[in-house]
Design a protein around this ligand. Structure first.
Ligand code: KG4
Ligand code: ZN
Length: 320
């Protein structure tokens, strides 16, 4: 049994996963509401909240799995990338649990974690595959030849796809985090009402900052009443542009690389229009799209463990 811990952004998460990828518990405590009034994650506020939540969340994960500390074989934890103060809370907690129980510690890269959300039971998806990782912090096209290994084929030149959703939602007055809110409102809007641009960037990269600016200009020309009336159309058209950019690029990449399979992971993989736009692709299961610790425990199965007690000096890293 592996205890996973994830605190890279604004979710305090712990999970218990078996070596063969069964999820025994997966507890996620989101701080989204706490950060909503600031319109985004405030790093110092996030760290303090992780500190309050990490022990109760760990207890809950063990309890739900009907596991005791003595049943664990290893502790896995996100080492980076993310907010350093936030990461340090999870890393310190994981070190403490591992050290006190003389267990090995497995540091995990958050991005590998997202990919490893595909490797869990009951329907594991196995490499080789092409993977679109679209979250609040990253947009990457990755070639995954085997679990644990990956090669980046393309990335965003500016904003991440999730960030584009969040910034768009903010402009539309939908609050934070915005991806799910735009997704929901779009079902009532006309995606063809506005023709938002899809950036043409070379190779297999992405760009979303022009799209956000286009929405900004459109919205600033509207009165409050007009915005109210057109909000669903704007959301649907904006979402359509992001989905087209993502789906178009991954299909292009699949053609170029001859990849046998397309997969999609990360918070934006929860988007209903993206899921519909790529019917052949394997998507991460909905509860495992946004940040969670089951994916971290999953990834740790393919990483080298640091034996007790050699991990006390491990540090977190902000960027990959
Ligand atoms: O993977 P994640 O939880 O955190 C990072 O590692 O960044 O992704 C969070 C992102 C946010 O930007 C959020 O707006 C977006 O995922 N998101 C969505 C949906 N649900 C979450 N974007 C579009 N449609 C959704 N249904
Ligand atoms: Zn993430």
């Amino acid at each position: 049994m592996i205890l996973g811990v994830e605190t890279s952004c604004d979710e305090t998460a712990a999970a218990v996963v078996t070596g063969d990828g069964r999820i025994l518990s997966n507890v996620v405590s989101s701080q989204a509401e706490l950060h909503a009034r600031f319109g985004g994650v405030v790093p110092e506020v996030a760290s303090r909240r992780h500190l309050e939540l990490v022990v109760p969340v760990l207890r809950e994960a063990l309890g739900e799995a009907s596991a005791e500390l003595g049943d664990l074989d290893a502790v896995a934890v996100t080492q980076g990338p993310g907010l350093v103060g936030a990461l340090l809370v999870g890393l310190s907690a994981a070190k403490a649990v591992a050290w006190a129980n003389k267990l090995p510690l497995i540091p995990v890269d958050h991005l590998h974690g997202h990919v490893a959300s595909l490797y869990l039971q009951p329907e594991p998806v196995e490499p080789p595959f092409l993977c679109l990782l679209a979250s609040g912090g990253h947009t990457l096209l990755i070639d995954v030849p085997e679990p644990g290994g990956f090669r980046v084929l393309g990335t965003t030149l500016d904003d991440a796809a999730g960030e584009a959703f969040d910034k768009g939602a903010r402009l539309l007055g939908l609050g934070y985090p915005g991806g799910a809110a735009i997704d929901k409102l779009s079902t009532r809007g006309d995606p063809e009402a506005h023709d938002f641009p899809i950036a043409r960037v070379p190779r297999l990269d992405f760009s979303f900052s022009g799209l956000k600016t286009a929405l900004l200009y459109t919205v600033s020309d509207l009165t409050d009443a007009e915005l109210e009336r057109r909000r669903a159309d704007l959301a649907a058209s904006y979402q359509r542009a992001i989905v087209r950019a993502l789906a178009g690029r991954i299909e292009e990449a699949a053609e170029q690389t001859g990849a046998p399979r397309i997969t999609v992971v990360g918070g934006v993989a929860a988007n209903s229009e993206l899921r519909a736009a790529l019917p052949e692709a394997a998507f991460a299961p909905l509860p495992l799209c946004t940040d969670n610790a089951a994916m971290i425990a999953s990834a740790s199965r393919y990483e080298e463990a640091v034996p007790f007690p050699g991990y006390l000096g491990l540090d977190a890293y902000a960027s990959g």
